[in-house]
Design a protein around this ligand. Sequence first.
Ligand code: NCD
Length: 318
Amino acid sequence: MVHPHPFPHRHLLGIEQLSPQEIGTILDRADECVSISRAARKKRDVLKGLTQINMFFESSTRTLASFELAGKRLGADVMNMAVKASSVNKGETLIDTAMTLNAMHPDILVVRHGESGAVNLLAQKVNCAVVNAGDGRREHPTQALLDALTIRRRKGRLHRLNIAICGDVLHSRVARSNIHLLNKMENRVRIIAPPTLCPDGIERLGCEVFDSMEAGLEGCDVVMMLRLQQERMTGGFIPSHREYFHRYGLDEDKLSVAKPDVIVMHPGPMNRGVEIDSELADDIDRSVIQEQVEMGVAVRMAVLSLLAEGLTGERAVA
Ligand code: NCD
């Protein structure tokens, strides 16, 4: 009997479309990829002959580096394109660029774009596999997967945990992807945000909403901090950085109501002293921020290899 492929998707556009089993498949594969990354010789040839183009319409340091390393460790030919989105005619620029690249026969396109939905649109126009590396405020699936892998390895499970997502939820694709993933895996998700940075109706995604850190952090197993996304703000969302840190910045004092073995996460880049106390961010007993970066490469290797299997019909990582 032929077994169906455990990841029957052509693209990875968001967490919303994935089943809990498929999330488990990606994380299991990523665990294997952590071992590859920790070995002295990291090169595999499972993506050999495949071309991966990373097309970033928004700036990025760690996500781009992580996708590049992931592709190279698995033997793909990787090309990075930093594309400046034209402010006049973004839609047209996006599709034009995509069609140009499509004509060069890439196998996998990794795309980051400032507009929500842009990556889905692009996926309809090209012939290759598309991975969403962040679209506007909508989804950032590989970030949620790397967060899940970090939690699963630290806590030994990915269900029945109390997880608080705190800060600028309004502008955050990281928050949205994480809410979807953590709910699918049956955790209790809490959102802690000032009312100006909390999207209307967010509780409909299945989370409890708090506007005070003291109440929201009580008994938490995991605290995810978010960056204050000032480049997306037009107007006065917060009174001042000082005031914001006072009320919503994570420090030892606010964290004291969480579980004693609570872990602290941040997707980066961090604004130290604004959303998180600098010493706490570096406290290796609580902060798993560096581990998140390591898991990022592994999760992207896992996603690329699973999508490649769909393209070639061969199991990619042995
Ligand atoms: C996030 C992003 O770009 O959405 N960062 C990341 O992927 N490392 C979060 C952020 O920019 O705050």
